[in-house]
Design a binder for this molecule. Sequence first.
Ligand SMILES: NC(=O)c1ccc[n+]([C@@H]2O[C@H](COP(=O)([O-])OP(=O)(O)OC[C@H]3O[C@@H](n4cnc5c(N)ncnc54)[C@H](O)[C@@H]3O)[C@@H](O)[C@H]2O)c1
Ligand SMILES: O=P(O)(O)OC[C@H](O)CO
Length: 360
Amino acid sequence: MSGDQTVEISPVPLGADDAPAAERVVAAVLGSGSWGTTFAAVLADAGCEVRLWGRDPEVAAQVNFSRRNEKRLPGIELPAGIRATTDARDALAGAGLVVVAIPSQVARATLAELRPHLAPDAVAVSLMKGVELSTDRRMSEVVMEALDLPAERVAVVSGPNLAREIAHRQPTATVVSCVDEETARYVARACSSSYFRPYTNRDVVGVELCGAVKNVIALAVGIAQGRGFGYNTTATVITRGLVEITRLGLALGADAETFPGLAGMGDLVATCSSPLSRNHTLGKHVGQGLSLDDAIAATGGTAEGVKSCRSVLELAQKVGVEMPITAGVVAVLHEGMPVDEMARGLLARPQKAEGISAER
Ligand SMILES: NC(=O)c1ccc[n+]([C@@H]2O[C@H](COP(=O)([O-])OP(=O)(O)OC[C@H]3O[C@@H](n4cnc5c(N)ncnc54)[C@H](O)[C@@H]3O)[C@@H](O)[C@H]2O)c1
Ligand SMILES: O=P(O)(O)OC[C@H](O)CO
């Protein structure tokens, strides 16, 4: 059974319909999974005209005629301002904002197909939290390359944003990051509502790495919990996980302020704590003894860390940063290492000083 099905969430409507409609942005959301559909709802509640593109005609029909996406967001009523379509040309025509919410590993090929339909002045937004296998590119880099856009027109949104809580209009905040501050503010205005509060920054590298690597750390926490370890182990993995994320980020030029922020610590805590997280849930299944394939099937949805753990480790090796938790997750998921051996290996590492800047 997936983690999604076991968690009860109370809807907390905070007057979403009262949200101020600033400029009327036309937005196309690519991907009608849990986060794409939820972000479409956020944009609609914020006053945008929203087209939701997905491959599944049944999902599109259900969104249009019942205001629901029962497959990904069971029991949730969507706002009226979303029109779903399976026709990419229709979704993208005149869309000034193009939001990408498909699994990271298929983004490049999918976007390359859609590129001819992109409006000439469009700004793209990546919601994806992964690193591309074989190229080790962050997702904003993939979006830039596949859509042939400059960095100034590509933003990322990342933070403690579990889709189902937001679909229930529970309050949260996020970070909209772009090298161009004006673009970040434009995107932030477009998605700001009474329950969704975006902050902006220009540290795209840091924000994206936080989003991708926290999935790997959530897998490690899930593995530990599935094995039966308690809060001390959980807190240790989260804290040392943040050190891994920070070291990698700093080595790749990120801003130190990002890591204790919403996209860093905030998202790490949400993902490592919640049974709504697919990465956390999948890790738990593995810790309880399921094979990777069975754990993937039991979890459902996209658990980006399963694939991205390998590209994250490769990135780290390229810049000489040691990431022992990430290496342990790769070994358990992809190299057959038993969970107890991962735990023993992490604990047996040479003693060292605690800080971020301690030897790598
Ligand atoms: N769900 C969340 O809470 C959440 C929150 C923040 C970020 N994210 C990130 O958003 C991204 C999408 O996650 P999600 O939760 O929506 O996943 P999901 O598994 O719920 O949905 C993925 C969607 O992509 C579609 N898809 C798969 N292959 C495709 C292809 N080749 N072309 C077009 N569509 C394709 C699937 O049919 C599905 O509708 C991931 O990178 C994830 O890390 C998710
Ligand atoms: O379900 P997960 O593990 O992909 O996590 C969802 C979001 O990234 C939490 O912010």
